[in-house]
Design a protein around this ligand. Structure first.
Ligand code: NAD
Ligand code: UFG
Length: 338
């Protein structure tokens, strides 16, 4: 059992990971500036885990507040989810992305160094591989970022490698997520982006609920079985459990480690539509639209390193991902209507 600080803890992946970590006996403190989440989630988290979760409202660039949080809660390790994550927005607002993601990480590292907390799990992304040169993508694939978001992730990964090289006490895991989707089985928490969603799954869900009339499928002329883009969609609770095992691994190993968290399987956009229609019992109207700038045709992981190092493997199916997303959206509509 450890005492963990979870930055970005009220966000999508942070909240699901907080549940998984809390259920395995870890004590968690959530830290978030609520720029892309809402404190009402604390009530849902309390219902799921059966007790109140500690929450500190703050920005990761507030080094003083981080130091006082780390010391007052006697934190053993940090999981750093906080940051901005929209590729398109990062091209328009690069300064915001470097400020939140890179400056935020520097501030966190300064605070951790001061408080002598030297175990860190960092939310990285498959985006650091850029255009795949071969598939499946393993951790030895070259890294290159093609947009400010990806560069911010790569800068932080490189900083963390330097820190681990400078001081043998650091224990750092950079978890490279593929495409997290789905929701906690309770339906109480899930992905709830504000405005029109950028990503496929929340968009699909909003079309199925009738909030958006139709989905645009970005390209049907890719060199894939049905011409649409292929991704490694991973259930957010599988991803959450990967963090537990990463912490276990770090409790026994020092140094810097980059590990993919994906299923190793790819599904196309049309596969996803079909699976979502099955889970929801609703039709998902769609039209074929031009390719989206910056998209790659196919991206899926080699999950071998995660299996060998962390003893982690994704267990949930595509049907689980769609069914849990649908359950969350139904609950949400009910609570909005009531
Ligand atoms: P999210 O936006 O739901 O959660 C991020 C949380 O961080 C939000 O609650 C937000 O309010 C908070 N935050 C942002 N900037 C902050 C700051 N400066 N100080 C304090 N809190 C701040 O996003 P998510 O999908 O849960 O992603 C979590 C992490 O995983 C991010 O670092 C993201 O880049 C990474 N990631 C996400 C995906 C994905 O598809 N969701 C894929 C790969 C990697
Ligand atoms: N897509 C559509 N219509 C939509 C949205 C998406 O056809 O309305 C397609 C995309 O063209 C792509 C696939 O669905 O082929 C998946 O797109 P997403 O936007 O859901 O996900 P991406 O693979 O583009 O990117 C996501 C995150 C990135 C992260 C990456 C890691 O948004 O931040 O996964 O693999 F880096």
């Amino acid at each position: 059992m450890s005492r963990l600080l979870i930055t970005g803890g009220t966000g999508y992946i942070g909240s699901h990971s907080a549940v998984a970590l809390s259920k395995t006996g870890h004590q968690v403190v959530l830290y978030d500036n609520l720029s892309n989440s809402n404190r009402t989630i604390l009530q849902s988290l309390g219902l799921i885990v059966g007790h109140h979760m500690s929450f500190v409202e703050g920005d990761v660039r507030d080094t003083k507040l981080l130091i006082s949080t780390l010391t007052s809660h006697n934190i053993d390790a940090v999981i750093h989810f906080a940051g901005l994550k929209a590729v398109g927005e990062s091209v328009e607002k690069p300064v915001d992305y470097y400020a939140n993601n890179v400056q935020g990480a520097i501030s966190l590292l300064q605070a951790m160094q001061f408080a002598q907390v030297k175990t860190l799990v960092f939310s990285s992304s498959a985006t650091v591989y850029g255009e795949p040169r071969y598939l499946p993508l393993n951790e030895s694939h070259s890294t290159i970022a093609t947009n400010p978001y990806g560069r911010s992730k790569l800068h932080v990964e490189e900083m963390l490698a330097d820190i681990a090289a400078s001081d043998a006490d650091w224990r750092i895991a950079c978890l490279r997520y593929f495409n997290p989707v789905g929701a906690h089985e309770s339906g109480l928490i899930g992905e709830n982006p504000s405005g029109i969603p950028n990503n496929l799954m929340p968009y699909l869900a909003q079309v199925a609920t009738g909030q958006i009339p139709e989905l645009s499928v970005f390209g049907d002329d890719y060199p894939t079985t049905d011409g649409t883009g292929v991704r490694d969609f991973i259930h957010v609770m599988d991803l959450a459990e990967g963090h537990i095992l990463a912490l276990t691994y770090l409790s026994r190993n020092t140094g810097w480690h980059a590990v993919n968290l994906g299923t190793g399987k790819g599904y196309s956009v049309l596969d996803m539509i079909q699976a979502f229609e099955k889970a929801s019992g609703r039709q998902v109207p769609y039209k074929i639209a031009p390719r989206r700038a910056g998209d790659v045709a196919i991206c899926y992981s080699d999950p071998k390193k995660a299996s060998e190092l962390l003893k982690w493997r994704a267990a949930r199916t595509l049907d689980d991902m769609c069914a849990s997303t649908w359950r969350f959206h139904q609950f949400r509509r009910l609570s909005v209507e009531s």
